[in-house]
Design a protein around this ligand. Sequence first.
Ligand code: DAK
Length: 257
Amino acid sequence: MLNYLLTETLPNGVLRIQLHRPEALNALNTALLGELADTLDAAATDDAVRAVVISGDSRAFAAGADIREMADLDMVGVMSDPRPQRWSRIAAFPKPIVAAVNGFALGGGCELVMHADIVIAGRDARFGQPEIKLGIIPGAGGTQRLIRAVGKSLATQMVLTGEPISAERACDAGLVSELTEPELTLERALQVADQIAKQAPLAVQQAKDVLLRSQETHLAAGLSYERKAFTMLAATEDRNEGIRAFIEKRRPEYKGR
Ligand code: DAK
């Protein structure tokens, strides 16, 4: 049973996940993070799911890790904290995730945004890593992924001052791919996910994998990785179907094979 998430798999293959802990601005407590990791693990092997949309509500995507929960952890507690493992499972999810962000995306909330592959944000969204104001630093990839998303100077300013940036700034910097009016954020994210869900699933997963690889490797290794993935896809039925459908001027029917 899920206590902190609302989920629904739509007929088009899009799994909608809404973070639902409104009394704490969707702060990511350990239980919520566990539910999210479990839900994504199950979706990874569910052929009915081809893309995922994660949203919060109008006030917050997520205001970070649960600060009250963190208060009780000493160093030994942090060392045996189950949360890093849950974050790793979220990061390993092989299908595309679109984040629909309104309101606050702070700390772990901003880090969850950066675990998404595409970010659609309402003009009211605010992105920040305020951990420094609590005497800590980002703990779920915020230093490493933010610098790759927005560049060194802005990432350093955000992490060292803790001050959030506007949705517009986040879009200009590359953290967000599209801005919308706040009431349309989810709808637009669902549209983007629907477009992805219509593509050949194996090609989509390979593309995600290769794109992410670019953040971890140098160009020659990345290009070699891309070539191998491209070659492997030549063995799929969907690749033949996609090309045949183009030539026959019809819509492809992908089977994920
Ligand atoms: N944790 C727990 N409760 C939170 C919360 C949070 N992060 N953020 C908000 N809330 C709760 C508030 O306490 C309040 O609860 P009540 O007092 O009503 O019971 C309710 O949500 C509404 O919040 P406010 O009354 O504060 O609402 P405002 O509109 O006045 O202010 C705000 C909104 C977002 C500016 C403010 O709530 C705020 O500053 N929140 C804290 C933001 C923050 O500092 N976030 C970073 C947390 S540290 C790790 C991985 C990751 C992390 C750590 C470890 N490992 C893998 C080990 C991540 C760390 C963080 O994210």
